[in-house]
Each structure stands twice: as structure tokens, then as C-alpha cells.
Design a protein around this ligand. Sequence first.
Ligand code: HEM
Length: 417
Amino acid sequence: NDDSLPKDKGFDRSLQMLKEGYTFIRNRENKYHSPVFETKLLGEKTYCMVGEEAAKVFYDNGKFRRQDAAPKAVEKTLFGEGGVQGLDGEDHRQRKEMFMSLMTKDSLDDIQSITTGVWKKYVNRWKDREKVTLYDESKKMMAETALTWAGIPFEEKDVDEWAKELSDLFEKAADVSISHFLSRRSRSKAEAWIEELVDEIRKGERKVRETTPLFKVSFHKDKNGELLELHTAAVEILNLIRPITAVSVYITFLGLALHDFPVAAEEVKEGGEEERKRFIQEVRRYYPFFPFVIARVDKDFTYHGASFEEGTLTLLDLYGTNHHPDSWSKPDSFQPDRFHNWFGSPFDFIPQGGGDHEKGHRCAGEWITLRILNESLRVLTDSITYHLPEQNLKYELNDIPSLPKSGIELEYVKKKG
Ligand code: HEM
């Protein structure tokens, strides 16, 4: 019965969650000695879960649903209404297939070479500047990479504005999801503009290559054989270009890790593809980004001797699972070598969600993320030299999303050789 689930007694914990940030769920797991407990968030009874076993339950198709899981304001702002994140069952499977069909080897090679080109262009630009901020530059580089890959026409002079528009939401994620969940941001400019674009493409007024994600989403048919609503098509295109822009957060953490962990950095510099892979995996495991995923119990079930009630909001802690001592030795130390001969579980290493890409909600962009990071790490360690001046590199576990305060200032960036 329900009594066996520890309860975080008292008032709504939303503010507490903001204060504790990424450690909110683990703090309570430790206090209650239970990887599952009940609390109250955003005025609702909420279950919180952490760790590999909990992740298996969370991603067990059929136990949870995504429809109406995210608070409306989050859906409106962070995801966009009608997007793949909020779909279940057959609707989800079909829509997800559209996303996964964009992740072919050709398409991944394509984004990798776009990334290479964009890095080259920016490094060239930096040679006349004494100092650049890695995070700010990465946002622009990633916005440009995203637009180019997706096939969205843009002018060079508009990249700054795109970067701003596309990063606005993940930068304000905590505001949107926790403190400001009642305020509604008006529909983004990007959404309106992409709707227009899709409309023109469908009417044949604008030509884009048929291999581009923009074209493919514009003409994707849902299970009833109809094109997506204009608005939904725009939402899904933003579901591609917005998170690509968010890879800038990980690029910034690559820069931080290279500075903070000189031994591991040396190994990457001396090594090749394999060493880069391990370093990137450890960056995704070690640093905080997406704090948790949200669902609702779809049907009553029992777990850990406690009954989970239909309709109840449930959070799975991603950061906490990536740092869980049951799965990771010395979880709070940075050790890329732990990924040497790592066989992987879809449930203990879940920076971009867990489970299965096709059948579940696991991030559609995981391979894109890895390609971009591989290329970026290669540039940072192989192609350029730079110097880090005195600055505040601290990041806080109670900022969501968390970033080094300075954004990582680089001085005297030069091409090697
Ligand atoms: C879903 C993280 C990059 C597209 C997700 C989820 C997380 C996540 C935590 C939710 C998983 C769940 O609900 O169970 C990240 C992180 C990224 C990243 C940390 C690194 C910057 C990308 C990229 C793309 C992308 C580059 C697209 C090119 C998506 C889509 C979904 C998703 C479409 C929804 C999948 C679904 O609901 O079935 N991502 N992501 N993401 N991500 Fe990513």
C-alpha cells in the first residue's frame, strides 16, 4: 500500500527544488534511504525516482504516459505544443520514426562536416580578437550548424539573432519549468517564421533540397496519411534546431574539462578517436545539463512495495542516475577511463534520457550530439592553441541549466602549425 513510500512531508517543494537544483532528488534519496519517494511540486503530488532500477521502471512502456505530463507552460515554451515529447503509443512511434529516419549515416556525416566547416570559419574570425567567450561563440556556431544541416535558409547577418532565439528557451528552462510556470511566453518568432517557411515549401513557392530535414518534416505524413499541421511541423523542426544549438552547453563543458582535468586532457591530446569518445562520454555523465524527465503514471502499478497511482506526476532524475554510486565507482570524480570497455546500459548512463530511441522517448539527437562533440573536441585539442586568463570558471549545481560563470574566456586563439 501507499504508506510504504517515503513522503517528503510538508508544503510544496518547488522553491526547495530551485534551491537544491540537480541534487534535490538525491538529497532525499539519501534522507529516506529510498530511490523512490513522494513529494509535492507545482502544487501536485509527485513521485521522484533515481537510479538504474528506477529508470527501467520509468521507461517500461505502458507504465507511464507523456500526454499532459509537462506543465502546460513548459509544453508551450520548452517543447512546443503537439510535439513528439507529449505523444504516446502509436502516435509517438510514428512521429519518432520521422525523427530517427533523419539520423542516417549520411545525415550524421553531413552534420559532422558542417561542424568542421563552421569551426574553421569561426577560428579564422577569432584571430583578430584578443579574447572570445567559448559559450557565446558556441551558441552561434551551433545555431549556424543547425540551420545549415536542417536546410533552413538564413543570412550570415542573422546568425546572432537565431542563436539568441534558439537558446532563449534552454537558458531559461528553470524559469519556465519551475518558478515561472504560470507565465506564458508568447509564441516564439522562430516558430512563426518556420511555419511560414513550411507553408511556402508545401505550396511549391520555395525550393529546398529533398534530402533536408526541413523538406522531410514538411512532407511527413502522420498515421492518418495527412501532413502535419503547419504549427506541429514548425514545432518539430524547432525540436531539431533548438537542441543542436544546446550542444553549445556541452562544448563549453568540454573546454572546462580540458582545463580542470589536465591528466585526462593530456590523454585526449595524445590519443585519437577512442580517447575522444571516452572523454566525451565522461563529460556527458559528469556535468549537469537536463536535470530530469517528466511523465505521468498511466495505470496503477506497484513498485518498491508502494502503489503508484494513475495520473500522478513522476520525475526521473537524470543527473542523479549518472552519479549514482550503485552504478558508478567514484561517481563524482572525472574519469574518462571508466568508459574503456564499458558495455553500457540504456538505464544507468542517461544524460539524454534512457531506454530505446525508437520505442521510447530517449533523445533523438544523441548521435548528432556525439558527432558534433567529437569534432569540437578534435578542434580544441588538435587544431588550435589558446590560453585561459584568470576568470570565474565555477558552475553551480543549483542553476538549471548550469554553466561556468565566465562562459570560458579564451585568449590568443591560434590555428596550430
Ligand atoms: C529528447 C537531452 C540534443 C532532439 C530528449 C530528452 C532529453 C534530451 C533528456 C528527453 C528524454 C525523455 O523524455 O525520456 C538532450 C541533451 C542534448 C540533446 C542533453 C545535448 C545538447 C539533442 C539534439 C537533437 C535532440 C542534437 C536533435 C537533433 C530530441 C528530440 C527529443 C529529445 C526530438 C524527443 C524524443 C521523444 O520524445 O521521443 N533530449 N538532447 N536532442 N531530444 Fe534531445
